[in-house]
Design a protein around this ligand. Sequence first.
Ligand code: GMT
Length: 376
Amino acid sequence: MKIGITCYPTYGGSGAVATALGLALAERGHEIHFITYDQPFRLPGFKERVFYHEVEMEDYPLFEHPPYSLALAVALHDAVKREGLDLVHMHYAIPHAASAFLAREMLGEGRDLKIVTTLHGTDITLLGLHPSFHEITRFSILQSDGLSAVSSFLRDETVCNFSVPRDGIEVIPNFLDTDLWRPEPDLNRLSMLAPHGEKVVMHVSNFRPVKQVHHVVEIFAKISQATSARLVLIGDGPERPRALQRARDLGLGDKVLFLGKHVAVEELLACANLFLLPSASESFGLAALEAMACGVPVVASTAGGIPELVQNNVSGYLFPSDAIDEMAEAGIRILTDEALEERLSLGGREATTRRFDKEIVIPEYEALYESVTSST
Ligand code: GMT
């Protein structure tokens, strides 16, 4: 098939999933056209059957907010006509699904365009609920020919928040390549992260408020009172200054390493002994899945779809998102009991290879495409 993919190219789970999906589909023989305003952060250089179309935006003194949704509609319309795409797959409903609808209208009567939309998280749980977005989000969900949500939790939220039919939404979880995300630490990197043999506690995110990175720092502060450990923070975003300040206030000094945005996170994750994800809201939690694939026990919140991947006492421990003391205690247990760390590490890796490997999940997207393109 010839498939157009639109996602946010910035550091974040929906862009990571969309890019991994496009690359995996190309490996399986499909032709993939990424249509985005910038090169997706996990999209490498040249790959066979993979093309990148940049959405061109014209600035104008009248615009305080340039109308990206329109420029995207034009880019989609153009790509469909020039490349003969069979369908476009929109990741994150706002505004992508509405732009795809516009592109389809622009094609007119003679040309049908199938639209698949994957709901990722805050498009449904936060942003889409705002009165300025709610009706257009509902409309573009209903106008999509195929819909997927990344967890059962998110499907239920969509049905409840937007009054749309439940049976039209497939649950297709986040996935990864378990050959790439592996529990094999590079000893050189490990010695740089933990030069004195400390345990490595890790967190990866885009540092948005929902991630509660200040909680990560507080949990770590308690852990470091009980055992020798370092906290490695990967990613960047609006909450970084607050987290940095919290680390300073708690006197954590060089026990906390801020590494900023890294693309090859898998190289670092395998060095960790514990992954923290105390999010206030999380439709799935791709970062936790990446940790599990690398054999890293997870201590996380029970928010949203996290319990659909992290199993209590199998791959980690789950608590309410503000339970800092309980999360710290669980972290200390894991870091001071090698047999427990090993058991949770194996449990996470096993769950990942069994349910979340790309070989299992990509066919679920292909089946969705088939059902959409074969329907009239
Ligand atoms: O919905 C968002 O906040 C955007 C998105 C992103 O780009 O980071 O994150 C969501 O999509 C990921 C991929 O499907 C999920 O793993 C994340 O759990 C989800 N984030 C939230 O729900 C906060």
